[in-house]
Design a binder for this molecule. Sequence first.
Ligand SMILES: Cc1cc2nc3c(=O)[nH]c(=O)nc-3n(C[C@H](O)[C@H](O)[C@H](O)COP(=O)(O)OP(=O)(O)OC[C@H]3O[C@@H](n4cnc5c(N)ncnc54)[C@H](O)[C@@H]3O)c2cc1C
Length: 388
Amino acid sequence: MSLDAGAGSGPSFALSEDQEFLRETVRRFAEERIQPGTFERDVRHEFPLEIIQELGELGLCGMMINEEYGGTGIDAVSYCIAIEELARVCPSVAVTLSVTNSVACWPIWQFGNEELKRGPLTEMASGECLGAFALTEPGSGSDVAAMRTTAVRDGDSWVLNGEKAWITNAGRARYYVALAKTDPEGGKRSISAFVVPADTPGCAVGTPEQKLGLRASTTAPVLFEDCRIPASSLLGEEGKGMSIALATLGHSRLGIAAQAVGIHQRAVELAVEYAAERVQFGVPIARHQAIQFKIAEMATELAASRLLTHRAAAESHGKEAVKYASEAKLYSSEAANRAVFDSLQIHGGNGFSEEYEISRLYRDARVTTIYEGTSEIQRIVIARSLLR
Ligand SMILES: Cc1cc2nc3c(=O)[nH]c(=O)nc-3n(C[C@H](O)[C@H](O)[C@H](O)COP(=O)(O)OP(=O)(O)OC[C@H]3O[C@@H](n4cnc5c(N)ncnc54)[C@H](O)[C@@H]3O)c2cc1C
């Protein structure tokens, strides 16, 4: 998307040819390869391993990472388009990809030493394996500084102990970007970030969560018990983990905003299709103005969500990047939830049946206002940036 004013033509919101091509390519793959089986995978809570591997081969695991480290080096708007198209068909696949791209690859690319970039980053970005981000703990969600996981320096190693909760891709990821305190009694300045290979002795995955939605993605606790990793696994400087986590989330919220846009897009499509088919009082319900108004509202909010998301992506290197990403995530996730609510309402009783796609979307949308910072936390971030 270009926000530049062209000669006399005003700002352009059109996508570039490359971005349009990417949208078509990902949409085709999603419809042909991901859509069949989406219903069954949701019912069985089944992770689509083969599909994720194919997406890796297509270059969708390290989209914003440059080619030197195995990525495809596309811009952030293109990244959002790809995640949106995946989410339109399967929000579970979208979050699996969003996590490995933005909270696993991206912080290593930004803050990692050359060894971490040549090793874990290149393996993940090239699609050879997945990554995950281990920040949340049973007692520390929004309040990151309350974390209890510790990392103690011992010679040439760090030794991690603690429990992480709700980790997307846990059990599927080869690497975790994990946050721990080097001083257990310390505050946020004692938090550091580490790259932990999942097969390190002392690193284990707990029982996967049985989730309301996103059932074809995997979410589980990650446990560290005397988990010894080399000193070179430290990401950035010691004590900078909080700022690394905040920078990472400030960037990765683009992916969740895009996921919400994809869900919202599909909710509108399903509402339009159903309203055209369903006849009540002798006419398709699309002829009733109450239904038309719902659809108009959903479509208008969808456009606003997409524009906010693309602006945040286009400005992701600018000084308002974090605020824009929070605005996009806040608005898009809440609008997507309004959209699935109204789309389900338009489906009447059928919308309450598992047989109808809208019922899965309704469940899948719910978490978008919660993870990678709740809506309340986004409001705090936005207000702070205005009031500082
Ligand atoms: C499906 C799923 C996948 C996830 N994946 C990951 C992952 O890959 N990695 C990871 O680290 N985490 C992950 N999470 C965790 C997620 O990021 C947290 O759930 C989220 O940050 C909220 O933390 P919490 O659940 O502890 O809620 P809490 O922080 O306990 O919040 C509870 C409520 O209180 C509100 N609240 C808290 N503090 C304030 C405040 N100061 N002002 C106003 N309201 C406040 C919150 O907004 C919320 O409504 C995932 C969660 C889910 C559900």
